[in-house]
Every structure is written in structure tokens, then in C-alpha cells.
Design a protein around this ligand. Structure first.
Ligand code: PMP
Length: 422
């Protein structure tokens, strides 16, 4: 026990917030953020209840609104064939697979979906898991560890950052979409680490810009690093037939070591996938904690994702319509000099308002005019980058898009000039 007196531990007086969560600084900080909407005099914009499928329209408080708040990019959630596939799978296999797949939760649909994903992307193999967020966390957290280096884009999704932290690897962020900065970091320190992982996203979810994949592939080859691309928002939205970022740049999918994606967006379902070389997929299937110690994807979710993938293959015109709608929205917004930031060629189009209160007010005016669009406030983005984020879908009509841009311009101007007319 001698060590205790030689090296006394620092002591501190217990504070009420240490054992009463309501008084903790964490909870107090949340209350401060939530107070913003009250100060602006508007209702809380979070946890709005949607009473119908959310596609180009939604229902809130019994009111039908034109909707730009959901990443149901291709209208697959609510599509009659996708719904029928989920219903059929539920009737046949039940509502849960009731076990980890490794032990006794495997259904024929799981293998069919994984094969379909791998074929669609041009990858060797694929594995699916119950959440997109947990797929990133467990894959990065499990494949990499102490002694490794992970370089990721500064605007990486939370699930990527959480995965890096879990891994115990050294983590460095490089400036957004800046392969040169990534290369410089590697040139300085590649030889200090066993393995290096570079993580980027196909399409960035706040700004709607695309990663310069070819440069990252070159860097990965040059420095013998692994490259992982999160295709949550690029699957089904960019590239020929919606095949994502590798198709967009005409790069063989097998040159990217780990293609990650979610089934919650273009595939109208839930869950995440990793498409990669056979060895990586096999290793994850037997050892990734978030897969091995978690239930298999539900029959309904598996069947819905599989039916959506078939729909995309059979009806590439849905992807074309999404791309046309996105480019119509962007060009009208730019003609009207709305600040759409870095968005190019994707269905994520921000309208940057400059501060959180302005974003809240503009969103409220549009809501009253029949348009539902989410304000993205500090701390999700920098305060001066607060915005409305428009998610475009293939179901939107050109008319809906024209009206929405016109109303956004009108209300943004009214707010800027202090005109109170709603
Ligand atoms: N990666 C990115 C880039 C995302 O935007 C998201 C969620 N929107 C996820 C991963 C997590 O996917 P999911 O919501 O399907 O869990």
C-alpha cells in the first residue's frame, strides 16, 4: 500500500451533477441548445411526428406537405413491390430471425441480399449488419487497432469517428476533400505504423459534395494503405445505374478495399453493409463483435433491401429522374443566388442561411407554406454555416421543385428585409 502515500491520487469534492443527471453539465448543455428555438419563438423542430410514408410528401398533424426531409432518395420505402416483399418475408420467416446469424439466425434471404449487393457494386463479397452506424463502428473498430493509423476526412460521419476511437488506432483528420493534405500526412509518417486506413465518404451528408476518389485511390496504392468509402449517400444516387462513387469515376470497385453503405436510404430499409474482398468479409462474419454478438437483419428489412436493389437494376430511370430533379433544384437555386455551398451533382442540397435562428425561421415559414425541410443548426454545423438541408427524391415533380425554390427565395428575402408576411 506504500504507493498510495508516495503517489497520492488527486481527490475532488463530489458535485450534485456527479450523481444527479438533471444537474450534470452534459444535460445543462443540451437544455441550453434546446432553449434556442424558444428564444426564437418557434416550436421545437425535432422529433416531428410523420403520420405517413415520407417520400416527396409527408403528413404532419393531418396536413399533407411537400417533403424534403427524408433520404428515401428513390422512393423505395413505401414502394408497393418493396412493401409486398417485406410482408411476404415476414409471413414466411417471422418478424425476427431470433439469433445471431453465426449461430442460428441465418435465412436464405441474407445470402441472397449479400450476393446481390456484391454483384451490383462489382465487389467480391458482402456482409450485412443491423445498423449503418454500427457497421462503421464495428468494422473500423475491429479491423484496426493500436499500432495502426487512421486518416479520415474532417467532415466524417459520427459513426466513422466512433469506429476510429473504438479501434485504439492513432487517428488524424485531414481537411475536407483534400487528398493532398492526406498524402502529406502519409509522406511524413507512413513508416511509423503497421497498417494505415484512409476513410472518406462518397457523398457528404451535410454539404452534398463528392469525394475525389481517383486521387485517394492513387494515394492508397502509393502508400500501401487501405481505403474505405462510406457510400451511405452515394449508393443509388450517383454513378451509372446508381452504382455509387466507383461507377461515377469509372473506377473498378475492387480498387477500394472496403465499400461501406447503408440500406436505410436508397434501399428503403435499415442496416449497413460492407462490400470487400472475400477474406475481409469472411473475417468480419466470424469475428466482428457488432455482427457476431448481434441479431441478424430482420426478414422484412432483408427482403425490402433486396427488392429495392432489384428495382434499381430493372428501373435505372428512377436514378436518372433523381439526378435530373437534383440538377433542376440546384440550377434554379443558383440562378436565384441562394447559397448552396459545395453541393454538385447529388440529391443533398443545402441552403445556407448564415445562422441558426435564420435557418429556424426560414424552415418555419416554408412549413406554413406547405413545405417540410429540416433546419440544420449549430452544433451539427458551424453557426455561420447553419442551413436548411433539402433531400431531393426521384418522386419529386419538377413543379414541386420549382415552387419550393421560388418560395424559399421569397421567404429568405422577406426575412432578410424584415417583412413579416408569411
Ligand atoms: N454513414 C453516413 C455517412 C450517414 O449519413 C449515416 C446516417 N445517415 C450512417 C453512416 C449511418 O447509417 P444508418 O442511419 O443507416 O444507421
Amino acid at each position: 500500500f506504500g504507493g498510495i502515500t508516495e503517489n497520492p491520487r488527486q481527490t475532488r469534492e463530489l458535485q450534485p451533477g456527479d450523481y444527479d443527471f438533471a444537474q450534470s453539465p452534459e444535460y445543462q448543455s443540451l437544455q441550453k441548445s434546446l432553449a434556442l428555438t424558444e428564444q426564437v419563438g418557434l416550436p421545437n423542430p425535432y422529433f416531428t411526428v410523420h403520420e405517413s410514408v415520407t417520400n416527396d410528401r409527408t403528413t404532419i398533424n393531418g396536413r399533407r406537405l411537400v417533403n424534403f426531409c427524408s433520404y428515401n432518395y428513390l422512393g423505395m420505402s413505401g414502394d408497393p413491390l418493396v412493401v409486398a416483399a417485406a410482408q411476404h418475408a415476414t409471413a414466411r420467416y417471422g418478424t425476427s430471425v431470433s439469433a445471431s446469424r453465426l449461430v442460428s439466425g441465418e435465412k436464405p434471404l441474407h445470402g441472397q441480399l449479400e450476393m446481390a449487393i456484391a454483384e451490383f457494386l462489382g465487389a467480391e463479397a458482402a456482409i450485412t449488419m443491423v445498423g449503418g452506424h454500427s457497421t462503421n463502428e464495428t468494422t473500423i473498430g475491429h479491423l484496426f487497432g493500436p499500432g495502426d493509423l487512421i486518416l479520415h476526412d474532417a467532415l466524417s460521419h459520427n459513426s466513422i469517428v466512433q469506429g476510429c476511437k473504438l479501434s485504439g488506432a492513432r487517428r488524424r483528420a485531414f481537411p475536407h476533400n483534400d487528398p493532398t493534405a492526406c498524402r502529406e500526412l502519409l509522406a511524413q509518417c507512413r513508416n511509423e505504423y503497421r497498417r494505415v486506413l484512409i476513410v472518406i465518404e462518397g457523398v457528404y451528408s451535410m454539404d452534398g459534395d463528392i469525394a475525389p476518389l481517383p486521387e485517394f485511390v492513387e494515394i492508397k496504392d502509393e502508400f500501401k494503405a487501405y481505403l474505405m468509402v462510406d457510400e451511405a449517400h452515394s449508393l443509388g444516387t450517383i454513378g451509372s445505374g446508381g452504382r455509387g462513387i466507383t461507377a461515377h469515376f469509372g473506377i473498378d470497385a475492387r480498387r477500394v478495399d472496403i465499400l461501406m453503405g447503408t440500406m436505410s436510404k436508397s434501399l428503403g430499409s435499415c442496416g449497413g453493409y460492407i462490400a470487400a474482398r472475400r477474406e475481409i468479409v469472411e473475417y468480419l462474419k466470424y469475428t466482428a463483435p457488432g455482427f457476431v454478438y448481434s441479431v441478424g437483419l430482420s426478414p422484412a428489412n432483408t427482403a425490402a433491401a433486396l427488392a429495392s436493389l432489384k428495382q434499381i437494376e430493372q428501373h435505372p430511370e428512377r436514378v436518372t429522374r433523381l439526378q435530373e430533379n437534383s440538377s433542376l433544384f440546384l440550377s434554379l437555386a443558383n440562378e436565384a443566388e441562394l447559397d448552396t455551398g459545395a453541393s454538385r451533382g447529388t440529391p443533398i442540397i443545402p441552403v445556407i442561411t448564415g445562422n441558426s435562428a435564420a435557418a429556424l425561421r426560414l424552415s418555419d415559414r416554408l412549413f406554413r407554406a406547405g413545405i417540410n425541410v429540416q433546419p440544420i443548426l449549430h452544433p451539427a454545423v458551424e453557426e455561420e454555416a447553419a442551413r436548411l438541408r433539402f433531400f431531393i427524391t426521384s418522386d419529386h415533380t419538377p413543379e414541386q421543385i420549382r415552387t419550393t425554390v421560388a418560395l424559399t427565395v421569397k421567404h429568405a428575402r422577406d426575412l432578410a428585409t424584415g417583412n413579416s408576411a408569411a
